[in-house]
Design a protein around this ligand. Structure first.
Ligand code: SF4
Ligand code: MG
Length: 273
């Protein structure tokens, strides 16, 4: 029987404003599935978002939420976590919000290993602001700012997170709903900066411009191009072509920011929290 997740959503803020067939709702539900799986209390979990189609999710979720400025969700979330380390802080961001406008905040959040679970809804475009190319728009893909195809090289946000110091890095897609929830749940478990790239379809700003067919066709594209990490590792280079790995891509142990700050407080002779 389908479990009811109504308790996690603000019925007074629904129906949502996303376009029909948008993948953002799938990722939002995967987050609450992960919250439920980990048994987190709604009163002890804060959802922080930036600006963009993805970041609207915080307004639909019945937690303590903060809808911040464009690109700035991670600094706000860092402040919340340092002020009250007992809270679970989940950040919802988009590809433009996270890797362009908030790019510096993203890499420094990773570097500091702040204990946050950051879920980047990657639809490969700026959806809300009019379909401009983002750092994850594939080379050659069309956008309103790249009508003949983008020439900018594409960020692999997972590699970026790993290189910058995140201690849990994973990717999933809107086709792999349960898998996405599991990746987020593992991210919640990690004491440090967790980054989950949630690939979602944007049939309006990205799909239409790039003739990707219906939302279902876009989901099938994800199904056909995603390769589970264990299989990916055995896949010869020449067979990787336009495919991409999903799953936990990187894990490491490192002191998280709050614990590091506790040590500073101790060295300075201050009181522990
Ligand atoms: Fe979703 Fe794209 Fe519509 Fe935004 S523009 S709500 S990302 S389909
Ligand atoms: Mg986007």
């Amino acid at each position: 029987m389908e479990r009811s997740f109504e308790q996690y959503f603000r019925q007074d803020h629904l129906p949502h404003l996303w376009c029909p067939g948008c993948g953002n709702g799938i990722a939002m539900k995967a987050i609450v599935q992960a919250v439920e799986k980990k048994g987190l209390s709604q009163d002890n979990t804060v959802i922080v978002s930036g600006i963009g189609c993805s970041s609207r999710a915080s307004g639909y979720m019945d937690f303590d939420t903060l809808h911040t400025a464009h690109g700035r969700a991670i600094p706000f979330a860092t402040g919340i976590k340092l002020a009250n380390p007992d809270l679970h802080v989940i950040v919802i961001t988009g590809d433009g919000d996270c890797t362009a406008i908030g790019g510096n905040h993203f890499i420094h959040g990773c570097r500091r290993n702040v204990d946050l679970t950051v879920i980047m809804f990657n639809n490969n475009i700026y959806g809300m602001t009019g379909g401009q190319a983002s750092p994850t728009t594939p080379i050659g893909a069309k956008a309103t700012t790249a009508p003949y195809g983008s020439v900018d090289r594409t960020f692999d946000a997972c590699k970026l997170a790993e290189a910058a110091g995140a201690t849990y890095v994973a990717r999933s897609t809107a086709f792999h709903v349960q898998h996405m929830a599991n990746m987020i749940a593992e991210g919640i478990d990690n004491d440090g900066f967790s980054f989950i790239e949630a690939m979602v379809q944007c049939p309006t700003a990205f799909g239409r411009k790039n003739r990707m067919g219906s939302p279902a066709d876009m989901l099938k594209w994800m199904r056909d191009h995603a390769v589970m990490k264990a299989a990916w590792d055995k896949l010869p280079e020449e067979k990787r072509e336009d495919k991409f790995p999903i799953g936990c891509l990187y894990k490491a142990q490192a002191i998280d920011y709050d614990a590091a700050y506790d040590q500073v407080i101790e060295r300075a002779g201050g009181a522990h929290k």
